[in-house]
Design a protein around this ligand. Structure first.
Ligand code: VNL
Length: 388
């Protein structure tokens, strides 16, 4: 009963939304992010990037005034869903965007579907998210996309026996599975798979176990913001001194925190879609402008997901000329191909997921600063999670 009432409210809302749009000339983007709590850095990075995009590209598109409405979900999925519902029903937003973690994106998917509102996922990275609603478009990455490249690199570089350590939820389970499958295919071996809770993890006992197991390397996935704690414990438990290498997806050497991680991070090899050190003219401009607007803050991969998400929204509005509602916008998001600060990227029209280059990077000190320096690239990587 409650569900039916809710769906009814949504249906009404989308009717009135069309009416309201014809009259007023605003185009509303509801940006739901974790602005406080454990994932707050992700919210801060994405909001800053969205505002930078607007400052650089103006706030009028196809004759409409862009309004950005930012809401803090504290990364709790029930709050994300409630805020999305309010944004659709009360604010009549044209697009939902943001979504710091996978549970938040999944909780909102039915609202996007019911109200026919495009939902641009700028952060969350579990492969299956884009299958949760035909209205979802993703500008971040997927964990299978990032993990497989590292499992190809490792055995060619003396790493055969690996223990995996991941956060125990969607993206961690994707990382664990796809890394293990590919490493095994390549003749390597995952000797143990450890999972730590997403909320308030204590890495110490897990790392002690790894030290005793003495693998060639420890593969880590933790969400953005948790990497520094892993790195600190890794050094304190003496894993580096014991000759165990740390490898992972680029979430662990997140540019938001990397510079404060110290010597233990130097030499760590990761695979990912974005580094603040990516040597393109466009990225240099992006990093400089982002820093200037945010007291020297370095953009991380979350920022680039937010920046490119705004690009996808702006261009879709231009193409559809503000006509045709959510379906026209969605159609104009599919198939977009453009240069991002990360490199070339593409929104696959079939999957609505991002196709992009994945880089192998090594942490190096450059002019006294720590950076993920790219040393190899795999071009145009589709999400391997979609071919299953
Ligand atoms: C997720 C994936 C979140 C990768 C992350 O940081 C991340 C997610 C907040 O899908 O929940 O780095």
């Amino acid at each position: 009963m409650q569900k039916r009432l809710f769906l009814h409210a949504i249906a009404l809302a989308s009717l009135t939304a069309t009416g309201a749009m014809a009259q007023d000339n605003t185009f509303k983007i509801g940006l739901i992010l974790p602005m406080t709590g454990q994932q707050a850095t992700t919210g801060r990075q994405i909001e800053a990037a969205a505002r930078l995009y607007m400052a650089q590209n103006g706030d009028t598109v196809a004759g409409k005034k862009i309004q950005l409405i930012v809401k803090d979900d504290t990364s709790l999925p029930d709050a994300t869903r409630r805020l999305a519902q309010e944004l659709v029903v009360n604010d009549k937003v044209n697009v939902l965007a943001g979504f710091g973690i996978t549970p938040s994106a999944l909780a909102t998917a039915p609202i996007a579907t019911q109200s026919k509102t495009p939902m641009v996922v700028m952060a969350a990275a579990t492969s299956s998210i884009t299958q949760a609603s035909p209205y979802i478009v993703r500008t971040s990455f997927t964990l299978p996309q990032a993990s497989v490249a590292l499992a190809d690199w490792a055995p060619k570089n003396g790493i055969k026996k690996v223990v995996t350590l991941v956060s125990d939820y969607g993206p961690g389970i994707d990382a664990e599975k796809f890394f293990k499958e590919r490493l095994t295919f390549n003749g390597g071996q995952v000797t143990e798979s450890l999972r730590v809770p997403l909320r308030g993890p204590d890495f110490a006992p897990f790392l002690q176990k790894v030290r005793d197991a003495k693998p060639d390397a420890l593969f880590v996935f933790v969400p953005s913001g948790a990497g520094a704690a892993v790195m600190k414990q890794f050094a304190e438990r003496g894993l580096d001194k014991a000759g165990i290498k740390l490898i992972g997806t680029g979430d662990v050497t997140d540019d938001d925190q990397l510079n404060d991680m110290g010597d233990v991070a130097v030499g760590v090899v990761t695979s990912h879609h974005y580094s603040a050190a990516h040597p393109s003219a466009m990225n240099k401009k992006f990093v400089e402008a982002f820093g200037k607007a945010n007291k020297g803050l370095r953009p991380n991969f979350m920022a680039v997901g937010g920046y490119d998400g705004m690009r996808v929204i702006y261009e879709a509005l231009k193409t559809s000329k503000g006509q045709g509602g959510g379906d026209a916008l969605l159609a104009a998001m599919k198939g977009q191909i453009f240069e991002s600060p990360r490199g070339k990227m593409f929104i696959d029209a079939q999957t609505r997921d991002v196709v992009q280059d994945i880089y192998l990077r090594k942490v190096e000190r450059k002019d006294g600063q720590l950076y993920n320096v790219e040393f190899d690239v795999i071009k145009d990587v589709k999400d391997p999670g979609k071919t299953k």
